[in-house]
Design a binder for this molecule. Structure first.
Ligand code: ADP
Ligand code: ADP
Length: 228
């Protein structure tokens, strides 16, 4: 379970990303984080994968206290989390296979584990035939599927995605959501910040809305709730 207790994030310039947020996310959930630009979605997401730490309050993720991780806990935490970015961030001089393998190398996986596991996730995202392609030889949707394969390769409990369909056309975006839904069905918890109104409205998942750094709505089977 992920639990945010009275979490605030104040940046160096005095701006607040989020203010006094309380939130519980249970294993197996699929949660959309919505709200206008500047509401605090990315601030919240970045604290979940410990890119940033709260300036007040605490985030608990299973056995971890995120603001007080000991060094040897950081790599254990990284194995529990898969992160998907809007701009994917693939290594341009490495193939699809090598990009996904790299995520296992950085957490110290053994070569034989990598050779066994990478083909499994490439198969899951439908990219087995493109394993030797370089990123520039892929469409935008395919690049994001590599991003998802990379996020999944260490079998994370939590998959955290910040606008993963933001650069994709509507049909491709729905393909990516179907994939995330399948991953959720197989047991992963999905937390996704998004402006994709049609997707949120069709999925009937939990919706948490953030405005001005605060949670203003939390619905079990929610809708997007904004005009655009
Ligand atoms: P969203 O993801 O919903 O668009 P953000 O979390 O990016 O919202 O931003 C929330 C608030 O925090 C905004 O006022 C934004 O200007 C501020 N903010 C975000 N990141 C930073 C940063 N690195 N430094 C200073 N202020 C920031
Ligand atoms: P989309 O229809 O999503 O826009 P593209 O037209 O970019 O996709 O690509 C269609 C297919 O051609 C994709 O499967 C992609 O992998 C392949 N492809 C595109 N560009 C290249 C390239 N430079 N080298 C090899 N394969 C490519």
């Amino acid at each position: 379970m992920i639990r945010l207790e009275n979490v605030s994030k104040r940046y160096g310039n005095g701006h607040y990303g989020v203010i006094d947020v309380n939130l519980e996310i249970h294993r197996g959930e699929f949660l959309f984080l919505v709200g206008p630009s500047g509401a605090g979605k990315s601030s919240l997401i970045r604290m979940l994968y410990r890119e940033e730490v709260p300036t007040a309050g605490e985030i608990f993720l299973d056995e971890f206290r995120l603001s007080q991780l000991r060094r040897n806990q950081v790599s254990r935490l990284r194995r529990q989390l898969g992160v998907v970015f809007q701009d994917v961030k693939l290594l341009t001089n490495r193939t699809v296979f090598q990009n996904v393998a790299f995520a296992m190398e950085v957490v110290g996986a053994k070569s034989h584990e990598i050779q066994k596991r990478v083909p499994q996730v490439l198969d899951l995202v439908g990219l087995s035939r493109k394993r030797n392609n370089f990123p520039h030889q892929l469409s935008g949707g395919e690049q994001q599927r590599v991003g998802i394969a990379r996020a999944l390769v260490n079998n994370p409990v939590y998959v955290i995605a910040d606008e993963p369909t933001g650069n994709l056309d509507p049909d491709t975006a729905f393909e990516i959501i179907k994939l995330l839904n399948e991953i959720n069905r197989r047991g992963a918890t999905i937390i996704m910040a998004t402006h994709a109104r049609d997707i949120v409205n069709q999925m009937h998942k939990r919706v948490v809305a953030v405005e001005n750094g605060r949670i203003v709505r939390d619905e079990a089977r929610g809708a997007y709730g904004y005009e655009s």
